[in-house]
Design a protein around this ligand. Sequence first.
Ligand SMILES: Nc1ncnc2c1ncn2[C@@H]1O[C@@H]2COP(=O)(O)O[C@H]2[C@H]1O
Length: 459
Amino acid sequence: MEVCYQLPVLALDRAVPKHVLSRRGAISLTSSSCLFGGRSPRQLSKRRGAISYDSIDQTALYIRMLDVRLGNFRSEIRGSTSHLSGESEDHASNRKQRSKLSLQMYLQCSRSFHGTLTFRHLHLLDQVYYGQAKCMLQRVGTWNFDIFLFDRLTNGESLVCLTLELFCKYGLIELFGLDPLRLHSFLVRIQEGYRSRNPYHNSLHAADVTQAMYCYLQEPKLSESLTSWDILLALLAAATHDLEHPGVNQNFLLKNDHFLASLYQKNSVLENHHWKSALSHLRESGLLSHLHRMEERLGSLILATDISRQNEFLSRFKAHLDRKDLNMSSPEHRQFILQMALKCADICNPCRPNSLSTCWSHCVTKEFFQQGDVERAHRHDVSPLCDRHSNSVAIIQKSFISYVVEPLFVQWARFCDTPLSHCMLGYMNVCASCSFQWPSENAFKHRAAAMLQQFNGQA
Ligand SMILES: Nc1ncnc2c1ncn2[C@@H]1O[C@@H]2COP(=O)(O)O[C@H]2[C@H]1O
């Protein structure tokens, strides 16, 4: 079967058959009992606040984060999903509306183009943008791929376009008998499950991680041994690894006794939430209902991105490399390498060319500082790295690279020993030394301690 797709600027809204989904308030229920393993939804679903979850395996049927932002983070909000996702009605409906517009219509509405171009010209512009986005996809496996530009060319649909492209490249649709419309619909839901107003943890970050993952899957050590099944899981995990991220860290949820913290027993709270959200979308879409045993493997990949477990993974990785005993024909070892690859993809932004890494460092700092502002406004202690009055992009980058990124990428280069793995270290060094105003040595030590506290203790 030949599968073609078009860059979905004109959103398809017909992918999920109407009879499959019914929505009650904030919860989506599937009418098909097979999605619940033959058990009735009523038996399984429990509701706590705005979250409904499977009482047996805590898998959310349809999870939406409460608004944990200023003024709302202790309150339960009921109502439409747009409220639950923390977006205002206006913002959510604009966003939905925008995703249905073609680029030409969007541009026509936009102020910057208003009155300067005729409809006919905009149509031409549309073609140019599609052409450029398609052209960029030919170089999707290159490390200097500019995901920010790709996102603009695809009108904010980078995660959907990129992931579809990769599924097609690997022939996963035919290999696993996937329904292309369900796949597209699933990816649109995933993309919309990321909060667009998070400066960093949004669908662009997910697209960036997915693109990085693809580059790592091309590394000979991986490409020569991974199965199509491994590749399918790796791409899915990359695309969903931060799904429904609230824009604050685990520390914040613990300090505020957020119910997600108790739901997941204070362990990898966010990562469990991302995983369970991904499962809920997968189950609702019915995309992989014919494939078994994928849920746990997907979970083990997503849970590995918990940065507070970095040392655990790194020592295991080092031990394998010292003993030279990694055997890529073993499914366990392949899974472990995929975990390491996803961890690298997740924090690879300082290893990108400088023009890209600088953008990422500003995005992540903005998110940290927004959290700090909320904490300050509520007279809570401001979390490490989140105080805009005593931190800067430079301070945060220097600490992050020294204590988190470098140790991981040095070992990754030891394992891969390829031009890409060494080139990433080169870019990382440029990022660490360029254009920032570096703090004094004392200030640096102070911040480094805060960094370690955040990434190791999650106090
Ligand atoms: N450029 C960066 N500077 C500082 N911290 C970062 C950067 N990129 C990623 N991180 C942190 O690394 C963490 C990886 O896991 P999270 O996505 O939960 O949250 C991420 C951020 O807290």
